[in-house]
Design a protein around this ligand. Structure first.
Ligand code: PMV
Length: 315
């Protein structure tokens, strides 16, 4: 049995289909090559210590049954509980990306911790079992979400995904010609998902029709991605952005960066994730020019590659 294990999981970017995916439509997500590292170490006794310096957690002693834990360790604790971990343990997390970007740090941590625990106990979960436990853990903490980010952290690559992991379809794509711009504003996914839910309650027909249109865009983009028809995918991203604007989840800052990318000649640009801030993405054959335009419009360009490997044990 292993005494110490280190795993890593990729961050993610939503390509198309955010929000609609919460209501049963498919989305497209890619794993990015900035990773979350999690180290799990068995220790003597029964104490559980958590270190997550990126989010200000230093030697936090978790007592099983303790409900009142700091925000920075909620996902780790949910994973420990759902796994049913028994015994002394030290968990340390370290991320290559800021938790502000919306790259899915909470999901990446949840998957990383569960993978560590399964290795340490030799439970050897397959990907689906890992997904189901991780999804339950995330829902325990935030109550809402499709789980697309967990799928990206586990399977990696570029995926077609339906809520709750009803469908997880690895796509055959080349590296996407992506440029990513961070708005500098942290989005609050739960608030935005709840806002969309309220909007849907108030105007069910209009919002459902919007989601139906997004589903068509996603299905077309899936083919475009597999064919490497970036220009077509870019156009579909622009269409998806229009729907997101109608849903009122975009923001001035996102709009500024998206417009700058398009005006500089990107095939397409849209927000990525819940909206309200976080990142926008652009598809382009001129990454330098588009990066410059995004930076000039006040964005922070983040260099990442798509289609990164899913969760793995580091040697
Ligand atoms: O804010 P992010 O990057 O976690 O993305 C949220 C995407 C939503 O579709 C709005 C919610 C979800 O869980 O699918």
């Amino acid at each position: 049995m292993r005494e110490r294990v280190k795993v890593s999981t990729p961050g993610k970017l939503m390509l198309l289909g955010e929000h609609a995916v919460v209501y049963g439509r498919p989305c497209l997500v890619t794993a990015v090559d900035q990773r979350m590292k999690v180290i799990g170490e068995k220790v003597r006794g029964s104490g559980i210590t958590i270190n997550a310096p990126d989010v200000g957690i230093h030697n936090f002693e978790y007592k099983p049954g303790d409900e009142d834990v700091p925000k920075g360790v909620r996902f780790v604790v949910a994973a420990l509980k759902n796994f049913g971990w028994q015994g002394g343990l030290k968990i340390t997390t370290a991320s290559e990306f800021s938790s502000e970007f919306g790259f899915g740090s909470s999901s990446a941590v949840t998957v990383g911790v569960l993978k560590c625990l399964s290795e340490l106990s030799e439970a050897k979960f397959d990907n689906k079992r890992l997904f189901d436990l991780a999804y339950k853990s995330v829902l325990d903490v935030q109550g809402v979400g499709s789980g697309f980010d967990l799928a990206a952290a586990i399977w990696g690559g570029t995926l077609g995904f339906v809520t709750g992991g009803k469908k997880i379809e690895p796509l055959k794509t080349k590296k996407l010609p992506l440029v990513v711009g961070y708005t500098g504003i942290k989005a609050d996914t739960t608030t935005l998902v709840k806002m969309v839910s309220q909007k849907r309650e108030g105007s069910r027909k209009i919002v459902e029709e919007m989601f139906d249109r997004v589903e068509l865009l996603v299905n077309e983009a899936k083919v475009g991605l597999e064919e490497g028809n970036w220009e077509q995918v870019g156009g579909l991203m622009n269409e998806n952005q229009k729907e997101l604007e109608m849903l009122e989840v975009s923001s001035i800052e996102l709009f500024r960066l998206i417009t700058a990318a398009r005006e500089a000649g990107a095939w397409g640009a849209k927000l990525s994730g819940a909206g309200g801030g976080d990142c926008m993405i652009a598809l382009t054959d001129n990454p330098k020019g588009i990066s410059k335009a995004i930076a000039k419009a006040g964005g922070i360009v983040i260099n990442v590659s798509s289609g990164a490997e899913g969760v793995r044990v580091e040697r």
